[in-house]
Design a protein around this ligand. Structure first.
Ligand code: SF4
Length: 643
């Protein structure tokens, strides 16, 4: 269905892997206005197609690959695409946002989204060339690691003159084939890591997808779009977080700040500091190992690190991996982390869930609950463990099911660090209680980003009181909403880091920053009002360039208020999908270690007051006590048909 808006290619298609048939999926301009694209679009498609009876490993489960309307327009950091599906890890919806070239080429092939259903009758890979979909046998690729698979696909994309075609690709590794519950999908070097999307690919016998096309993404006003992008790029590059810290140190640059604030989880979240943090932080990575910075297409931040492993330049670890495979398992050896990070990606697994599950297993062993031979600080056999997990061999077969299921079998639920079955990132929420709320209510489970990333005001950008519950729920809702729309547009969430004026970051002790930090806990009511009347905020903010690009590039009217409301709708649509599978307030939890045991035994405030926070959060969101959207909220968001 053609669109009156630019930025969109106008086609959403459904491909049946069982029968190899392609059909158009109706998607109207009204839906484009309400749901934009990306994860939000995927959630709406799942909401309309799932009854709540579907199983992750079933022909009825959908894999929904979506792009955003800004992908292909040249907007900063806009090459992202999203994969959503019913997660085998959490049994509810998951979405995994990824860089790489795949989204860009999916649009060049003429598609805003690709929905996959059914199951390939044999090991297969799918080749898309504009409108042409061809399924190939993948017996020669089955068993290969993600890098090997992508290299083999390159050979299949060479022209007669030996030159490589321009195309995007996705691949799973052995972990996906063996349905490790946190298996990832890899695109180039980037990962769609969370929630086990790779396992669903594997169950459906789908090893890889390649896509190429020769269409152009339409842009409404190319000149104004170009001017705005130049201005925006300049702003991003001049901001201390997006123009300095991220390009210089990547996300790894946060390790030292987290240590300073007691937010660096250590020994499976027993502590918030790691004595050898300086051996595994961003500064050491940059000085001793970083070869070159790399980035996704159209990204001025280039946060990715390239490091050398066994003489080969490979993708370096993110902060979460450094934290969880450093202090998390009491390992001060950065070279080991680089190697393991590469191995986990090559096997096709999520580094966060793999690392956190390992830490749980070490603690279960230490406490005598599960004699598995794994010990904190004992790291000589870890590479073998990853291989065993990906191939489901020995204790690897058990680790492949993640910490939630292991704790149900062996005990130790209080230190299985997950929410809704998905393991948490390395941010210790007992020193950032707003982040704790975010982890608990996040629609896809223990995700720092889907949770609102409140650590940025609780110590990693601003320094408001990290232990108070005041204003945290309203802030969480606002940030979640903003990030939902950024993601739906096809942009990287890191573009939101420039939201706070740079001087607040560079002058942490300045008068204005001090006032801002002190004032934040008292502005919950103001934030609540902003959230409530958002459509009335028909304005643009100078620090938030995301809104004006909509009218320049897409010809779609957008304001700051509408942007917030769109994100709010998105969050609720995802919640509605999950409610079909039984999600309610009882799912919004954290392990007792984080809610009942103070991180500092002498300071009872160093734990997450989750029930208090949840109560305010549900109220702010217009959800009932059971954590579900009320009819009034759904009608307000244009979702009345789902009442
Ligand atoms: S900030 Fe990093 S992850 Fe985001 S688009 Fe840029 S390079 Fe990719």
């Amino acid at each position: 269905m053609e669109s009156k808006y630019s930025g969109y290619m106008g086609r959403v298609v459904m491909y049946d892997l069982s029968t190899q048939t392609l059909t158009d999926y109706p998607w109207s301009d009204r839906e484009r206005e309400l749901f934009i694209g990306g994860k939000t679009m995927a959630s709406k498609i799942m909401l309309d197609n799932f009854t709540g009876q579907e199983k992750p490993f079933s022909e009825e489960n959908l894999i929904v690959i979506t792009t955003g309307p800004l992908t292909g327009t040249g907007a900063p950091s806009s090459s992202r695409f999203n994969i959503s599906t019913l997660s085998p890890q959490t049994l509810i919806t998951t979405s995994s946002n990824c860089g790489g070239r795949f989204g860009w080429y999916l649009k060049k092939a003429g598609f805003d989204a690709l929905i996959l259903k059914g199951k390939c009758p044999e090991h297969s890979w799918l080749e898309i060339n504009n409108d042409k979909f061809v399924m190939h046998n993948a017996d020669d690729l089955w068993g290969l690691k993600t890098g090997e698979t992508q290299e083999a696909l390159q050979e299949k994309h060479k022209m007669p003159n030996g030159k490589l075609m321009k195309y995007g690709q996705l691949a799973i590794g052995p972990a996906g084939e063996n349905q490790v519950l946190y298996a990832s999908v890899i695109s180039d070097e980037r990962a769609s890591g969370r929630g086990g999307v790779g396992a669903v690919f594997g169950w459906k016998n789908l090893k890889a997808i390649t896509v190429r096309g020769n269409k152009t993404v339409p842009v409404k006003d190319p000149e104004k779009t170009k001017q705005w992008i130049i201005k925006w790029d300049k702003y991003i590059k001049s901001h201390p977080l997006t123009g300095n810290q991220l390009p210089r140190l990547g996300t790894a640059g946060l390790v030292s700040s987290m240590q300073m604030r007691g937010m660096l989880s250590s020994k499976n979240y027993n502590y918030g500091k790691y004595e050898h943090f300086d051996k595994v932080n961003g500064e050491t990575l940059a000085e001793d190992f970083n070869i070159v910075n790399k980035g996704c297409l159209t990204c001025p931040m280039k946060c990715a690190r390239t490091v050398e492993v066994n003489g080969k330049p490979v993708k370096g670890p993110e902060l979460e991996t450094l934290g969880l495979l450093g202090g998390g398992i009491l390992n001060p050896n950065l070279a080991d982390i680089l190697k393991w990070n590469y191995e986990i990606d090559e096997l096709g697994m999520d580094t966060i869930s793999a690392s956190s599950t390992l830490a749980y297993a070490m603690e279960a062993n230490e406490k005598g609950l599960w004699k598995n031979g794994l010990e904190f600080g004992k790291t000589d056999n870890i590479s073998q463990i990853w291989d065993d997990v990906a191939h489901r061999r020995g204790i690897g077969a058990e680790l492949a099911d993640g910490s939630k299921r292991l704790s149900e079998k062996y005990g130790g639920k209080e230190f299985a660090i997950h929410s809704k079955g998905m393991e948490l990132a390395a941010y210790e929420p007992r020193r950032a209680v707003g982040q704790g709320l975010g982890y608990a209510v996040s629609n896809r489970g223990g995700c720092h980003l889907n949770g609102g990333y409140l650590v940025i005001v609780e110590g990693l950008g601003l320094y408001t009181n990290p232990l108070t519950h005041h204003a945290k729920a309203d802030f969480t809702m606002l940030f979640q909403n903003l990030m939902e729309t950024i993601s739906a547009s096809g942009q990287c969430l890191f573009t939101s880091y420039a939201f706070f004026p740079g001087f607040l970051i560079t002058r942490p002790n300045g008068v204005i920053t001090t006032i801002a930090n002190k004032a934040i806990p008292f502005i919950g009511g103001v934030l609540r009002l902003i959230n409530r009347v958002s459509p009335a905020l028909a304005l643009h903010l100078p620090v938030f360039h995301h809104t004006k690009i909509f009218s320049y590039a897409l010809g779609m009217p957008m304001t700051f208020g509408k942007y917030i409301r769109t994100g709010e709708r998105s969050y609720n649509v995802e919640r509605l999908v999950n409610s079909k599978f039984g999600v309610n307030a009882s799912w919004d939890t954290l392990p007792k270690r984080l809610t009942d045991t103070p991180q500092d035994p002498n300071n009872p405030k160093t734990k997450v007051p989750l029930e208090t926070l949840k109560k305010t959060y549900y109220k702010a969101r217009g959800w009932d006590q059971n954590g579900l959207p009320t009819k009034h909220t759904l009608r307000k968001l244009g979702l009345g048909e789902y009442c």
